[in-house]
Write a protein that binds this ligand. Structure first.
Ligand SMILES: [Zn+2]
Length: 217
């Protein structure tokens, strides 16, 4: 049954199970048993759609490679994550999710995939940015070494000036890492004082002041 449900634990104790297809949650604690989950599997419409789709895919693929779809499992969260990543990676407009052509394309791949509105996908992109930032902040805070900050100016075609700050550091595996930690419009004049102030804002935002004053090891 765990092909179709995600377990939800309280500490080490299994409490509930969440249907991977429709996201409904059912009690699954040992005392109660999993019968409500098993009953749900028989009636879940989203699950039925997914398996119907998988079957049709298997039948079309069976000639070329009989095993290629055996281990593949549709995961709506994973698909949504990949959509957000694609939009960010290729700087696509958020409204791509509302294009008729895109909707039809996605539907042809998997009719069970639920597309969201452009306002929702925009929020999802921002949330993913925040998550990544928190993760990187944690890495920088726990870092045993110093960091090197590099500042660069960039002018867009609309003659707007931007400042980009890149952070280089050596991680615990002695690998050189490079991360863009700041990208903002820079007010004129682009003199030393203004650039220095932006650099200070950046260091405060990333709590890097401590690093600056840490004694040499
Ligand atoms: Zn379900």
């Amino acid at each position: 049954m765990w092909n179709d449900f995600d377990p939800i634990y309280d500490g080490n104790k299994l409490m509930e199970a969440k249907c991977k297809h429709c996201k409904r949650v059912f009690v699954a604690a040992r005392e109660v048993g999993t019968s409500s989950c098993l009953r749900h599997m028989l009636v879940c419409e989203e699950r039925a759609k997914t398996y119907e789709f998988l079957d049709s895919m298997k039948s079309t693929m069976s000639q070329s490679d009989p095993n290629s779809s055996e281990k593949w499992m549709y995961d709506s969260d994973r698909a949504h994550f990949e959509l957000v990543r694609m939009i960010v990676l290729h700087e696509l407009p958020f409204r791509i999710v509302e294009y008729q052509g895109f909707k039809k394309f996605v539907h042809s791949l998997n009719p069970a995939f639920q597309l969201v509105s452009r306002t929702t996908i925009r929020l999802d992109c921002i949330n993913m940015f925040v998550q990544h930032k928190v993760t990187l902040q944690d890495v920088l805070q726990k870092l045993d070494s110093r960091v090197s900050l590099t500042l660069d100016m960039w002018t867009s075609r609309q003659v707007m000036s931007y400042m980009c700050i890149t952070c280089h550091f050596i991680d615990e595996k002695w690998k050189l890492r490079k991360k863009v930690i700041w990208f903002s419009e820079a007010d004129t004049p682009h003199d030393g004082t203004n650039l220095f102030n932006i650099m200070l804002d950046c260091m405060e935002d990333w709590s890097l002041q401590k690093k600056r004053f840490s004694p040499l090891r």
